[in-house]
Design a protein around this ligand. Structure first.
Ligand code: 0A1
Ligand code: ZN
Length: 864
């Protein structure tokens, strides 16, 4: 064991501008694992090739490895330790490097590299975990063909899986056995994976459009087998969809997915062997909500789609991360939209963009979709890279139209198959196939910050002309004080205020300059503006449309997203006025909600989304200084008013949406959603029977959506007895089911009650609470820190609690800890008292000895 390899180093920024192609390639690697949870021996044989005319040594990354031997062409190597691994001076153009190292999966609490989870051994290598398994040039532009051999105790680890296709297996002495896998596709090391464990599979086959049969397996521990049908069905649907919509066919003979309980993110697209956080695989009616079912299908699709957008064409360097993530999120969003209500899916996607990405873009951690520098790449798996990245792809699809966009995608895959590509390559393919110039459009990749577009419509009754005045500004963000104008694709339509008819057809306006004007002719009645329909651009639109116009659009716009948006804006304007002035005219919202609720033509799933008030945080985002208590009171006031005035409608909707038996169909999902939303409003009305109604729903539910919906209502507004009884029943019913207990923790952490902080502190000492499991840490600490009212308690106790947890979590799992920093970094948005308390906690974290690079970057930037 060499201390030099583990010496702490001062973190240094990696810059996009410093990219240089690799000096050495590794066309082949053979790995041999002697697997054991306490000490695993890893032998690696690398065929290395010098690229070009240079005499640079071979650099191999390594992190926490105990080297046992290192040879070059069979002779002991002369190597030196560097701050990131080892360096070997080599004379020739080709060499064979053999290394043998020892690693300790059970001690690996970071969950990067090879680690133990619930009796399994599994790997996570993206972004830089492979260097924690063996010495290797750990960068995505080094593509290799992998052969993997594993030996392990047969009783403990009867199943041995790796990337590619299985090529051999057999028994050994001493109760051990071996298996070998070969992956014929060259891949970067971040896509390497292996799993060893006592697993069973839900198996099926898929015949690709060219007639090849693929063996599919979803591997879980045997008690979970019954919960894998939904994921398996989603996998087959995704495989067909990618053939039909993108012309992409699967390329290996097997496709395996393994579910593990301890996982830092959602899932991982390792070639032919996806590894999933079990929350995105396991689903049955009793334990998973509709939201969970949808998320399982979306994540299964996402990881599967990566086989082309990420694996066959990978990223040249980590600055290009959105090349694979933005495109793949766009693909999974389109897939989900095709499986049910496209309008509701768009509403959900925009809601999560606004909840996660807009605040990120407006805060100290704002960064472009293609960042310029990072300290720790794990911190860049963000809503900006993923969700804004997907919006950027969507805008290109809007500008090109579906046929040209598909041609651009085909060209991109053709040109770059088997290589490591850049964002620039993608945009070039779109330009070449679409015959468009995207020079200015590229600013979406380089400039951070959410653009603001203001729109003012003027109508001249006499001439029948109307003019739309548009203006854009892009706010300054860290490191980018000034910005150039973006290309903003705005889908626009006018409606007649008198007849409610469309005045002409929809136009796609490309706003390119700071200001622009759009002229309309033959506008024969006062027009109402529908703008950014379908959320065609990820911008904040400001208009002077008043309550009457917004209510009109919420009833008459023919784009469902725009109807939803008009209702949201009306609610938001009313709530912001109530926060500012202590009161507001609630009648327009009440009438608009009444119209939506009683319109028999509308899909219940849409109605349920449209009648929901904007969240506390989204209301806060509209204000210069967030006053959590005033926001909460304003929102509760409007909820009560809606509940009371429309109580009969809520009751009718509640009864009308009752089903006899659970079914997972878009229509049944919509009814369940409307039912629980209605229950919430009945409770908000203060109706005497609300608690009983909720308790009955809780007890009679034959599915988790109804049960958790009722529990949430009881936890937020039920009487003490009913609330505690429901929590207790829920806990005992699901004892031992980690994913459902996560819901038990998060429902309480998200509660709007005044004693939430005290309850959360108590829960942090509960015997089922552990920071070692990322899902559990997020369920309590993560959920609490987005509970605007409780987290921002005036005395700073919420901040202190979260900071304490993050300091403890950083010691175990820096990646997961660093992901939970952003709520503390929002101090600029609050009054001086809160800002000071938040800063003090950030400073306390920063002073913690041994703080990780992950935390150093997130906390340091949050204080700047
Ligand atoms: N590429 C994965 C996300 C992912 C990233 C890092 C991880 O390391 C802990 C795990 C997963 C995806 O987009 O699904
Ligand atoms: Zn992804």
């Amino acid at each position: 064991m060499l201390d030099a390899l583990n010496a702490p180093v001062a973190p240094r920024a990696v810059r996009r501008a410093d990219y240089r192609p690799p000096e050495w390639q590794v066309p082949r690697i053979a790995l041999d694992f002697d697997l054991d949870p306490t000490a695993t021996r890893v032998r690696a044989v690398l065929e290395v090739e010098r690229t070009g005319d240079h005499d640079a040594p071979l650099h191999l990354d390594g992190d926490g490895l105990e080297p046992l031997s290192i040879t070059v062409d069979g002779a002991p190597a002369e190597w030196t330790a560097t701050d990131r691994g080892i360096s070997i001076a080599l004379n020739g153009a080709r060499h064979r490097i053999e290394t043998e190292v020892l690693i300790h999966p059970e001690r690996n609490t970071q969950l990067m590299g090879l680690y133990a989870s619930g009796g399994l051994l599994c790997t996570q290598c993206e972004a830089e975990g492979f260097r924690r398994i063996t010495f290797f040039p750990d960068r995505p532009d080094v593509l290799s063909r992998y052969s993997v051999r594993m030996t392990a105790d047969k009783a403990r680890f009867p199943v041995l899986l790796a990337n590619g296709d299985p090529v051999g297996a057999g028994d050994l002495d001493g109760g051990r056995h071996w298996a070998a896998w070969d992956d014929p596709f060259p891949k970067p090391c971040y896509l390497f994976a292996l799993v060893a464990g006592d697993l069973v599979a839900n198996r099926d086959t898929f015949v690709t459009r060219s007639g090849r049969e693929v063996a599919l397996g979803i591997w879980v521990r045997s008690p979970d087998l019954a919960k894998t049908d939904h994921a398996l069905a989603a996998l087959k649907t995704s495989m067909r969809w990618d053939e039909d919509v993108y012309g992409r066919e699967y390329d290996l003979d097997v496709f395996n997915i393994v579910a593990v309980d301890d996982f830092n993110f959602g899932a991982m697209e390792n070639k032919g062997l996806n590894i999933f956080n079990s929350r995105y695989i396991l689903a049955d009616a009793d334990t998973a909500t509709d939201y969970d079912y949808d998320a399982v299908a979306a994540v299964v699709a996402h990881e599967y789609f990566h086989n082309w957008s990420g694996n066959r064409v990978t990223c040249r360097d980590w600055f290009q991360l959105s090349l694979k993530e933005g495109f793949t999120v766009y693909r999974d969003q389109s897939f989900s939209a095709d499986q049910g209500s496209a309008a509701v899916k768009r509403i959900e996607d925009v809601r999560s963009l606004r909840a996660a990405q807009f605040p990120e873009d407006a805060g100290p951690l704002a960064h472009p979709v293609r960042p310029d520098a990072y300290l720790e790449i794990s911190n860049f798996y963000t809503a900006t890279i993923y969700n804004k990245g997907a919006e950027v792809i969507r805008m290109m699809a809007t500008i090109l139209g579906p046929e040209k966009f598909r041609a651009g995608s085909d060209l991109y895959f053709d040109r770059h198959d088997g290589t490591a590509a850049t964002v620039e390559d993608f945009v070039c393919a779109m330009e070449d196939a679409g015959g468009v110039d995207l020079a200015q459009f590229r600013r979406w990749y380089s400039q951070a910050g959410t653009p603001r577009v203001s729109a003012r419509l003027e109508h001249e009754a006499g001439s029948g002309r109307a003019r739309l005045y548009l203006r854009q500004t892009v706010p300054p963000t860290p490191g980018q004080p000034t910005k150039d104008p973006m290309v903003v694709p705005l889908r626009i339509k006018l409606f007649g205020a008198e007849t409610a008819n469309a005045l002409g057809s929809e136009q796609l306006v490309l706003l390119k300059d700071d200001e622009a004007e759009v002229a309309f002719e033959t506008v024969t009645e006062p027009p109402v503006l529908s703008i950014n329909r379908g959320f065609s651009a990820p911008v904040i639109v400001e208009t002077d449309r008043g309550p009457a116009e917004l209510a009109f659009l919420s009833a008459h716009d023919d784009d469902p997203f725009a109807r939803y948006e008009a209702m949201q804006q009306l609610m938001l304007d009313t709530l912001v006025a109530a926060v500012r002035h202590g009161r507001a005219d609630q009648a327009p919202v009440v009438e608009a909600v009444r119209n939506t609720l009683t319109d028999p033509r509308l899909d219940p799933a849409f109605v349920a989304e449209a009648v929901l008030l904007p969240s506390d945080s989204f209301i806060g985002d509209q204000l210069a200084v967030v006053d959590p208590e005033a926001i909460y009171q304003a929102r509760e006031g409007l909820r009560r008013e809606l509940g009371q005035t429309l109580v009969d409608h809520w009751r009718a909707a509640y009864e009308g949406a009752r089903d006899n038996r659970f079914e997972y169909t878009p229509a049944a999902k919509g009814r369940r959603r409307l039912r629980t939303v209605s229950l919430g409003y009945i409770a908000a009305s203060g109706a005497a029977d609300a608690s009983d109604l909720a308790f009955r729903q809780f007890e009679e539910a034959d599915n988790m959506s109804d049960r958790q919906g009722a529990l949430t209502t009881l936890v937020n507004s039920g009487g003490e007895e009913a609330r505690e009884a429901a929590l207790d029943i829920f806990y005992h019913r699901y004892a031992g089911n980690a994913l459902v207990l996560d819901k038990w923790f998060s429902t309480q952490a998200l509660s709007s009650r005044t004693d939430t902080l005290a309850r959360v502190v108590e829960l942090s000492n509960h015997r089922d609470f552990t920071l070692a499991n990322p899902n559990r840490a997020r369920a309590l600490v993560g959920a609490f820190s987005v509970n605007q009212r409780a987290f921002n308690a005036e005395d700073g106790a919420g901040y202190r609690f979260v900071a304490d947890q993050l300091i403890a979590l950083d010691k175990l799992n820096p990646q997961t800890a660093a992901k939970l920093v952003p709520p503390l970094g929002r101090w600029r948005r609050f009054d001086e008292g809160r800002a000071k308390l938040m800063r003090a906690e950030l400073e306390r974290i920063l002073r913690t000895p041994g703080l990780s690079k992950d935390m150093l970057e997130q906390v340091g930037k949050s204080l700047d």
